[in-house]
Design a protein around this ligand. Structure first.
Ligand code: AMP
Length: 283
């Protein structure tokens, strides 16, 4: 696996691959690589001739400074895991390679209503930061395929829309969420969950599954929201930020399920001070 820290060196390398008509698959990550990330690498290897993963903890997408500072950094182990999975190229830039220092930027995306929903509501500025780094990386890497996890369903929707709005010639793929045996979605932030809290971490997933069953049994969305709210208020370690049923075509909030095949249940909250999110598709 080739490792690049500078876009000025990565660009000519990829240009050469492109001139040989080798299709490029790209997986953006923030590192602390786990089996969820590796599933994206695996999908790229099956489809693209050259697989590129980036590792970069993108400061502008963090609305919480402590979350940024505490974000796990395990670069050597990450490179080892990516290499073992057959990734061809890792791009691990310092912040200076992507942003002027001190970090100043004037580009600002506006996503209208979308920004007031779910993650947009609870993480002001987050999607702006995500859109900026993803467009930067798309412009540097110019992939043919890009792989994202279903785990961040709203982010997937945003990037799919961005690809369309900005006319990128990129095929976007969504890869199902990889979970621990008890249902907890793998996440880099799981590394920060203290041992004594770990047994409660799968509550987000088990709640989603129970909520989906209730909806399928004919309970209304407001009834299920009350159930979820009560369940979280009964456990002092857990705080619910949102539980919403959404239409995945536009990420609008649904009060009655009319189109089961484009419906998803999304949840976010805290296990003590660790923020976790998860979702399941209705069908
Ligand atoms: P992150 O490093 O958390 O920014 O995630 C990088 C990519 O990996 C994103 O597209 C995530 O949606 C995806 N991802 C994170 N966790 C999982 C998981 N448990 N299963 C599948 N994909 C994941």
């Amino acid at each position: 696996m080739k490792v690049f820290t500078l876009k000025s060196e990565l660009r000519p390398f990829l240009q050469k691959a492109r001139s040989q008509d080798r299709k490029i698959g790209f997986i953006p990550t923030m590192g602390a690589i786990h089996k969820g990330h590796l599933a994206l690498v695996h999908a790229s290897r099956k489809e693209a001739a050259l697989t590129v993963a980036s590792i970069f903890v993108n400061r502008p997408q963090f609305n919480n400074r402590e979350d940024f500072l505490e974000y796990p950094k395990t670069l050597q182990e990450d490179l080892h895991l990516l290499k073992k999975e057959g990734c061809d190229v890792a791009y691990t830039p310092p912040e200076e390679d992507l942003y002027d220092h001190p970090l100043e930027k004037i580009t600002d995306f506006k996503f209208g209503e979308f920004e007031s929903r779910l993650e947009g509501k609870y993480r002001p500025g987050h999607f702006n930061g995500v859109a900026l780094i993803v467009t930067k990386l798309f412009n540097i890497i110019q992939p043919d395929y890009a792989y994202f996890g279903q785990k961040d369903l709203q982010q997937f929707f945003l990037i799919k829309q961005l690809i369309c709005d900005l006319s990128y010639n990129i095929q976007i793929r969504s890869i199902p969420t990889i979970r621990e045996n008890d249902g907890l979605a793998l996440s880099s932030r799981n590394l920060r969950i203290p041992k004594e809290d770990r047994p409660y971490a799968n509550t987000f997933y088990t709640t989603l599954v129970a909520a989906r069953e209730m909806l399928a049994d004919g309970k209304s969305v407001p009834e299920v929201k009350t159930f979820v709210g009560d369940l979280f208020s009964d456990n002092s370690r857990l705080t619910l930020e949102y539980f919403e049923v959404v239409d995945t075509r536009n990420f609008s909030i649904v009060r009655k399920i009319n189109n089961p095949s484009v419906t998803a249940l999304c949840i976010a909250g805290y296990l003590n001070n660790i923020r976790l999110i998860d979702n399941v598709l209705y069908n």
